[in-house]
Design a binder for this molecule. Structure first.
Ligand code: AGP
Length: 609
């Protein structure tokens, strides 16, 4: 969703801000803009569409300025247009703001500004009220005006403001939307997300809700709403600039698929001690805690939810505690049975997904213990959880999640093994055999990726179909949902996933000659049942692409094509079977010429409801 970058220093803010905005493109956006304090003037330029449009617009202007703010907008209120793009200014163009989030009471504020202050509005956005509020409430300095404005605003937001009368200063405020401040050399920054700043620095402050940041070239001050200084430790960022660059890959999605062996290994090895046992380092889950929990909720959105579906199978099998999995946007509105005997596991790559965050807060309010599985260190979900299990995937830039999913699965396996071991619900030998299998996964993932050309060929053959079905049983059904989501989000093909046993309760009516069915048949324990489902769709002349373990010599008899994954135990197949599906989605989208890393209408980090 919207991205914010601000710079104050001694170099040309224009280039630095545009460069930072490009690193936030992955969040999803439909317009971009920049405001610079330049030679006593406040200059604003904004443009619908991609950042290159904005660059073209200002290419012939010699825009100078050492302080500025920039924005990529993902439209919520008002269509994507030059006018609705940020920055927004007050009436006389002396104050500019960029905003991420939603000002929920913007209609009331508009009314108040029009009636009491005769303000004329120019845009359809909720954000414009912020510029006018700061302007009418400004009696001295920008920070006081910002604090006065946020007292009147409701909603979830982060915004930054600059004023013509206070050159060299950026004031930003956070309430429920991501905001960081970056410590440069002779310059300082604010931003929505770390990748925007990786080129310039590796020391940041995480800004908390209700905090104000005053940034000048010399210092960053963090204040609470009573203007009291807040002491904050500097966070050393471990991601490198290369992590956030394509490094020769055509798309981030392809790069991130290829990064999975490394990311899986990293996530796994960081949680194993010298005896080869799972260590929770800093997370306290005692036997007493586990005996107290009578239920585990796993709550997440999209791909993270699909990881949770696999997590249910794993944790229930290993720890023998009932697990419910829910999409975050449903969970909090249905008065779930949560109390102090509940362990709530939130899964989120970004750690900023508003639905997940809201569900987490609801669970906490009801007394649950919250453990989160998160990729972004210091993100909101991480900060608001009792304990955090980090995935070590590095920054995930493509909107379509790949390496976050497989590393989330690793965390869930480790949680399951840890709990099962502690509760005595699994044997020592089972514990060690699963760990051995997990350790072998990176190599097996590499082996699948090495055969990507087979999947590319399949994609070339099937890319122009308008409908694809994914079926599977057990954990294969969870992977089917993920494969289907991957395909639809990057290729825009209408895809549909269903537990294979459900086919004959309705969906089989859609089977026609040449209907594409991707059948996951990796579970030895369920193979005969799954085979029957494949036979059923094949009998309707469907084109069946099966995914099965190497050595399965029955599967070929009823499949049009088979993609083999390396031999492994049933438990760990989700880590392998998803790889061909990710590659399939990628190659199909590439054949169709789609904008793979930034699919239409989607945002990487969904910070609104
Ligand atoms: C996955 O490919 C999606 N783009 C999306 O479903 C994503 O997984 C979901 O929005 C959750 O995001 P999070 O992990 O950052 O919370």
């Amino acid at each position: 969703m919207c991205g914010i970058v601000g710079y104050t220093g001694h170099d040309n803010a224009r280039d630095i801000i545009i460069d930072g905005l490009k690193k936030l493109e992955y969040r999803g956006y439909d317009s971009a803009g920049i405001a610079l304090l330049s030679k006593g003037e406040l200059i604003v330029r904004k443009q619908k569409g991609k950042i290159v449009n904005l660059e073209k617009e200002i290419a012939d202007e010699n825009l100078q300025g050492t302080t500025g703010i920039g924005h990529t907008r993902w439209a919520t209120h008002g269509v994507p247009s030059d006018l609705n793009a940020h920055p927004h200014t007050n009436e006389d163009g002396t104050i500019a703001i960029v905003h991420n989030g939603i000002v929920e009471n913007y209609m009331d504020l508009r009314k108040w500004l029009i009636e009491e202050h005769h303000v004329s509005f120019r845009t359809d956005t909720d954000s414009e009220v912020i510029a006018h509020l700061i302007s009418v409430l400004n009696e001295g300095n920008l920070e006081d005006a910002v604090l006065a404005a946020v007292k009147m605003m409701k909603g979830a937001y982060a915004f930054a403001a600059i004023s013509k009368s206070e050159p060299g200063k950026i004031v930003a405020f956070r309430k429920d939307a991501p905001l960081i401040a970056g410590l440069g050399k002779g310059c300082n920054f604010i931003a929505s997300d770390i990748p925007a700043l990786l080129k310039y620095l590796n020391k940041i402050y995480l800004i908390e809700n209700g905090e104000l940041v005053i940034c000048t070239p010399e210092q960053i001050q963090i204040l609470d709403q009573q203007k009291q200084p807040v002491k904050r430790d500097v966070l050393q960022v471990t991601w490198s600039l290369e992590d956030a660059e394509k490094e020769g890959y055509e798309h981030f999605m392809l790069k991130e698929i290829h990064e999975q062996p490394k990311a899986i290994r990293e996530t796994l090895m960081r949680r194993l001690d010298e005896r080869g046992k799972v260590k929770l380092d800093g997370i306290s889950l005692t036997l007493e805690d586990l005996e107290r929990f009578n239920k585990i909720y796993i709550v997440a959105c999209g791909t993270a939810y699909h990881a949770g579906l696999v997590g249910k199978y794993i944790i229930e099998k290993m720890a023998r505690i009932p697990v419910e999995v829910d999409v975050a946007s449903e969970f909090r509105y249905r008065d779930p049975f949560v109390d102090d005997k509940t362990l709530f596991i939130a899964i989120s790559q970004s750690g900023e997904t508003l639905d997940t965050l809201a569900a987490l807060r609801e669970a906490k309010r009801k007394g649950a213990r919250v453990l989160s599985v998160v990729n972004v260190v210091g993100s909101s979900v991480a900060r608001e959880s009792d304990d955090v299990f980090y995935t070590w995937a590095g920054p995930e830039i493509a909107v379509a999640s790949t390496k976050a999913y497989t590393t989330q699965l690793i965390c869930l396996y480790l949680i399951g093994l840890y709990m099962g071991d502690l509760r005595g619900t699994i044997s020592d030998s089972y514990y060690h055999s699963v760990l051995q299998e997990l350790k072998a996964v990176p190599e097996k993932v590499s082996a699948i990726i090495e055969r990507a050309n087979e999947i590319e060929e399949l994609a070339k053959y099937l890319y122009n179909r308008d409908q694809v079905f994914f079926i599977g049983r057990g954990t294969d059904s969870a992977v089917a949902y993920e494969g289907s989501l991957k395909l639809k989000e990057v290729s825009y093909i209408n895809s549909f996933a269903i537990a294979a046993g459900e086919l004959k309760h309705g969906t089989i009516a859609l089977m026609e000659p040449e209907t594409i069915v991707i059948a996951l048949a990796t579970q030895d324990a369920l193979f005969d049942k799954m085979y029957s489902n494949i036979v059923e769709v094949k009998a309707r002349l469907a084109h069946v692409v099966s995914i099965a373990k190497e050595g399965n010599d029955r599967i070929g008899q009823e499949s049009t094509e088979v993609i083999f994954i390396p031999e492994c135990i049933d438990e760990v197949t989700p880590l392998l079977s998803v790889i061909p599906l990710q590659l399939f989605a990628y190659y199909v989208a590439r054949e169709r010429g789609e904008d793979i890393d930034k699919p239409r209408n989607l945002a990487k980090s969904v910070t609104v409801e």
